[in-house]
Design a protein around this ligand. Structure first.
Ligand code: MN
Ligand code: MN
Length: 349
């Protein structure tokens, strides 16, 4: 096997003697170790017990599965020795204190895509690392509600045919592949770049009737292909596993859209700002892509709640800019159909 720099040595040389960087490096290393343990359980599948057994509901009423809870416990146990003051998790109602006075806090989706676990599709862990010092106020709780631009590190681990960590420390985005023989993540793609342009979109099209008119108009124009205003034919992908979608986009470009829709619980989409949208946005921007809510840059959203949702549109930069343009300039589809007669997904004309 060829020689690759290990994650530990990469973190060590990045951190140098800087105190905050050393804390970020140690925290990333703890998360990497948690993810190795999670990868082992996932690779065992049913041999590790019933990973998809229901264990209750989280604060938002999502079903918590055995694997969600096991992943959460592994991460909590591992972070006890890390310079982390608080952990916020999808599986915990409130951030839990870990090490008082430590300089960082971590927001995490311990297991993303867990509803796919029985189908043997790639799932992941997503994390965001924030400083505990913040400009919002003096209370510790103020630090949980910082904008994504303040992240000092973000990453995800994808548990697929290979397990890989995709990490940014604010200086590009890098891919580290897990060598299961040594238990070490090794740098395989430094400075990964999301292609600027794409012909591939990913959206849950079954929600078409519930979307706002801007998204409807954009998707409708994608469906028009080479004859439509975008003047190109598209392919569609939908795995319903955010990390798997993001990794595909990292590797070969694309656009992913989870907009808000008319359902009462989905008005700002489905994905959580703190531990899904923000880390993905940081990673994608550091790889040359873009991430937007349709109205603003994801990293500029000012949060009011640790579990709040946000619309998420990310991927190849030019395509995300095109969607932003639909929000600003293009007639929503409802207005258009009044002007031009009936149009819509799968029956355009
Ligand atoms: Mn998730
Ligand atoms: Mn999850």
């Amino acid at each position: 096997m060829t020689e690759h720099q290990t994650l530990s040595s990469f973190l060590e040389s990045w951190a140098g003697q800087d105190d905050l960087r050393r804390a970020v490096a140690a925290t990333t290393q703890s998360l990497a170790e948690s993810c190795c343990a999670i990868a082992e359980i996932i690779a065992l599948g049913s041999l590790a017990g019933s990973l998809s057994a229901s264990r209750g509901e989280n604060v938002d009423g999502d079903t918590q599965l055995e694997l969600d809870m096991r992943a959460n416990e592994i991460i909590l146990d591992e972070l006890v020795d890390a310079p982390v003051a608080y952990l916020a998790s999808e599986e915990l109602e409130l951030p839990v204190p870990i090490n008082q006075g430590a300089p960082l806090y971590v927001a995490i989706d311990p297991l993303d895509g867990s509803s796919n676990i029985d189908t043997n599709v790639s799932v992941g862990t997503i994390f965001s690392v924030m400083p505990m010092k913040c400009d919002k106020g003096d209370a510790e709780t103020d630090c949980f509600l910082q904008k994504g631009i303040h992240q000092v590190a973000a990453g995800y681990v994808i548990y697929g045919p290979q397990t890989a960590m995709v990490l940014t420390l604010g200086e590009g985005t890098h891919v580290f592949t897990l060598n299961p023989d040594t238990g070490e993540f090794c740098l395989t793609i430094p400075h990964v770049k999301v292609p600027e342009e794409t012909h591939e979109f990913a959206i849950n099209a079954s929600n078409f009737r519930r979307w706002d008119g801007h998204i409807k108009a954009y998707i409708d124009d994608c469906m028009e292909g080479a004859e439509g205003p975008h003047a190109k034919n598209y392919n569609m992908r939908w795995i319903a596993s955010l990390v798997a979608e993001c990794h595909r986009i990292m590797m070969r470009g694309g656009i992913f859209l989870y907009p808000g829709d008319r359902r009462p619980a989905y008005q700002t989409g489905r994905l959580r700002l703190a531990y899904e949208c923000n880390p993905i946005a940081f990673l994608v921007e550091q790889a040359g892509g873009a991430a937007s809510t349709g109205y603003e840059r994801v990293l500029d959203v000012d949060p009011t709640d640790i579990h709040q949702r946000a619309p998420l549109i990310f991927g190849s930069r030019r395509e995300v800019e095109l969607v932003n343009h639909y929000y600003k300039e293009v007639h929503p589809l409802q207005e258009r159909s009044q002007l031009f007669g009936s149009r819509g997904l799968f029956h355009t004309g």
